[in-house]
Design a protein around this ligand. Structure first.
Ligand SMILES: CC(C)(COP(=O)(O)OP(=O)(O)OC[C@H]1O[C@@H](n2cnc3c(N)ncnc32)[C@H](O)[C@@H]1OP(=O)(O)O)[C@@H](O)C(=O)NCCC(=O)NCCS
Length: 236
């Protein structure tokens, strides 16, 4: 059994703690904090680093502009979009993510492209012991869509999860009509494990989600290496 409990927008990037975190490890945990990359993709050079308070302005600008692009895929959260994504909301959100990271529950990354804010990727619900699993959630600035950013970011994060973090299985849940996200995961070798019925409340309805997963054995020599072999990424 996991020693602590957290749930989240598995397919977004903003986890929500529902337990007290009692029993969770304190201080640093394997693989955190970390900087991942750089990795060259079509859109530019991507890297991942822990979320920071100073992401506030860039985070808010992109999230407010991309409301329609993001909202149909992300779990419902109380409050108005404009208020939840004001720059003043970020310190609380990023502070919560960083606190969970210190407890070992979550690895919350900011995605950078050419050193500019480009989105978020979170490894969440990190469970150790015999399970050693986590989920991955992500979103990317719509102006970079189709540039290989999410694919490269997930590859970096999964390799990190199976390396320094010491996990064995990474899951992702995706609405069946989120073709871009499914494509990201299929390109990287995630397997489809079935349909989760009425899984998550999104845009006012309980939506089915596909469950996809990859294990350490299936990742072989790593997902970044796989992308490089397929000509989809390069060392900058
Ligand atoms: C899903 C998302 C993260 C993808 O980010 P991205 O950086 O554009 O992803 P990539 O460029 O790495 O890959 C996207 C792939 O989907 C393909 N794609 C995009 N729209 C598509 C569509 N409607 N049908 C089929 N394929 C599509 C792209 O062509 C690309 O594949 P390719 O490299 O073979 O050409 C981004 O669209 C996003 O943030 N969406 C909103 C939030 C979200 O859905 N998060 C994930 C929830 S599970």
């Amino acid at each position: 059994m996991p020693r602590w409990r957290s749930v989240s927008s598995r397919n977004g990037a903003d986890p929500v703690v529902v337990g007290s975190g009692v029993g969770a490890p304190r201080g640093r945990h394997p693989g955190w904090p970390a900087r991942l990359g750089p990795l060259g993709v079509r859109a530019g050079t991507i890297s991942l680093r822990p979320v920071r308070w100073r992401d506030a302005m860039a985070w808010s600008r992109v999230r407010l502009r991309d409301e329609n692009y993001l909202r149909r895929w992300e779990p419902d959260v109380p409050g108005r979009w404009n208020e939840r994504h004001a720059p003043t909301s970020w310190p609380v959100q990023s502070g919560g993510l960083r606190a969970m990271a210190r407890r070992g529950c979550t690895l919350p990354f900011t995605i950078l492209v050419d050193d500019s804010f480009a989105g978020q990727l979170t490894l969440g619900n990190v469970v150790r012991g015999a399970l050693r699993s986590a989920w991955v959630g992500y979103w990317v600035d719509s102006e970079l869509a189709g540039g290989g950013v999410a694919t490269g970011a997930v590859a970096l994060a999964v390799d990190h999860a199976f390396g320094p973090v010491g996990l064995h299985r990474i899951e992702a849940t995706v609405q069946p009509d989120n073709l871009a996200s499914l494509r990201v995961l299929y390109k990287l070798g995630f397997r489809d494990e079935g349909l989760l019925l009425s899984y998550l409340e999104v845009a006012g309805s309980w939506r089915d989600h596909r469950l996809l997963a990859i294990t350490r054995e299936e990742a072989g020599h790593g997902l970044v290496a796989r992308l490089q072999r397929d000509g989809l990424a390069h060392h900058p």
